[in-house]
Ligand binder design. Structure first.
Ligand SMILES: [Zn+2]
Length: 425
């Protein structure tokens, strides 16, 4: 069992394969020596302009399904092919030995995502499947192009976003949830407007990316933040009546290093909400959420994810039999409002109105899942849910994800507008 060769996802993989039959100008090469990148190059055919590769993540650091790299040496206007297969690295559950490779479906979006500037991201055409491979073609009008599983959202993206929001609005502060185990800053946006004291505000906590590969969930968080700090009168109401904490990336270390995060050793972030969390981000979030609970104002907790490749957008909730009223009724009302808005987004982000259940039968560590932990430790009125946003759909783009976040935020406002106001003289 030797994972050493896979352990360096940020390694520069500049593979120039000698090929006498090369026809185009520059040889194609691959770079992955930057934040969030991950790939393992298997071959580059300079004659057919095709790169064969697989995700480069270390399975010790979570599902090796995320991939993101830059192709250099493109003759502008030529067609290149990226042919991808699932990682062959064996992985196992955090408490067991590595057993087998991860199913390749997690690594193979129907359409990959690419960018010429590393900022604006578009889908490729649909990939073509053949045996264990999927081939994506693109025709960039540039010498270099980034290509990825989905639109990347790195620690720098999060820090830039949080700082831009704080600069553009007097009601937003760029904060830091904590430093990670690898000493990276975990950016957090803190929002409230006006003189209302915090104790008389609804407490709202929104976090994304406990699973590092689920990049779309960070774009949903960003959409939430942008709506919240926008001009809409409803956004102003929410800023004036609530105190909102937004963490676009929880697992900052695996996001930075291009690892998958899910089922990482020794503990998945979203199974780490125990009395003694392993991860600094979980410990810090648990403490701040705990403060809101102690103040009786943990009103809404939303944990953002991306689901399985065939799933639409949907909520995960705890089974009713493990909860008490008024929590169940309030949660159902919030789900109804959120579904009513997200399901009407144009262009469509397909959504199911049937939540899935994360209880005793879902996972042995179900009590340590963040939204469950908050439900079980929360106030009687606490609504705590997980939103899974569709990722393998033609509208699963930065715009689509942000639209989901905006509608989620509008639903939070609508829901809190129905709740009794916190007392304030
Ligand atoms: Zn997840």
């Amino acid at each position: 069992m030797n994972h050493l060769s896979l352990r360096l996802p940020t390694l520069l993989v500049a593979t120039h394969l000698l090929c006498a039959a090369a026809t185009a100008g520059e040889p194609l090469s691959v770079a992955a020596d930057f934040e969030g990148a991950s790939v393992r190059v298997l071959a580059i055919d300079q004659a057919t302009r095709r790169i064969d590769c697989m995700p480069g993540g270390d399975p010790e650091r979570g599902w090796p399904c995320w991939w993101y790299f830059r192709v250099d040496g493109i003759t502008p206007g030529e067609t290149i092919t990226v042919r991808l297969r699932g990682s062959t690295a064996t992985f196992g559950k955090p408490d067991g030995p590595p057993t087998k490779p991860l199913s390749s479906v997690w690594a193979m979006p129907t359409q990959a995502t690419y960018s010429l500037d590393g900022k604006s991201w578009r889908h490729t055409a649909k990939g073509t499947k053949q045996d264990e491979w999927i081939a994506y073609t693109l025709k960039p009008n540039a010498a270099s192009a980034f290509i990825a599983w989905g639109p990347p959202y790195t620690p720098t993206t999060a820090a830039t976003f949080v700082e831009a929001m704080a600069k553009s609005s007097p009601h937003a502060k760029a904060g830091e949830l904590c430093r990670s185990r690898e000493n990276r800053a975990v950016p957090m946006l803190h929002v409230m407007e006006g003189d209302r004291p915090p104790q008389q505000r609804f407490g709202v906590w929104v976090q994304a990316r406990q699973h590092a590969w689920e990049s779309g969930s960070s774009w949903v968080a960003q959409g939430f933040g942008r709506w919240l700090l926008g001009d809409d009168a409803d956004a102003a109401w929410l800023r004036q009546h609530a105190e909102i904490f937004l963490v676009p990336i929880m697992d900052i270390d695996n996001t930075a290093t291009g690892n998958g995060g899910k089922d990482a050793r020794p503990q998945d972030h979203n199974r780490d909400w125990s009395p003694q969390p392993h991860w600094n981000e979980v410990r810090a979030a648990q403490r701040m959420v705990g403060d809101l609970i102690d103040q009786g104002r943990m009103d809404l907790f939303v944990d953002l994810h991306n689901p399985a490749p065939g799933d639409p957008t949907f909520f995960y909730i705890m089974p009713d039999e493990l909860l008490k009223q008024p929590m169940i009724g309030l949660r159902n009302r919030f789900l109804e409002l959120a579904y009513g808005r997200i399901s009407k987004i144009k262009p469509l982000m397909p959504m199911s109105n049937k939540p899935k259940i994360t209880g005793v039968d879902y996972h042995p560590l179900w009590r340590q899942i963040s939204a469950n932990w908050v439900s079980m430790h929360g106030n009687p009125q606490t609504v705590s849910v997980c939103l899974e946003t569709v990722w393998n759909h033609e509208n699963s783009t930065t715009e689509g994800y942000r639209a989901v976040g905006a509608q989620l935020a509008a639903a939070v406002r609508e829901y809190l507008g129905e709740r009794p106001m916190k007392p304030w003289q």
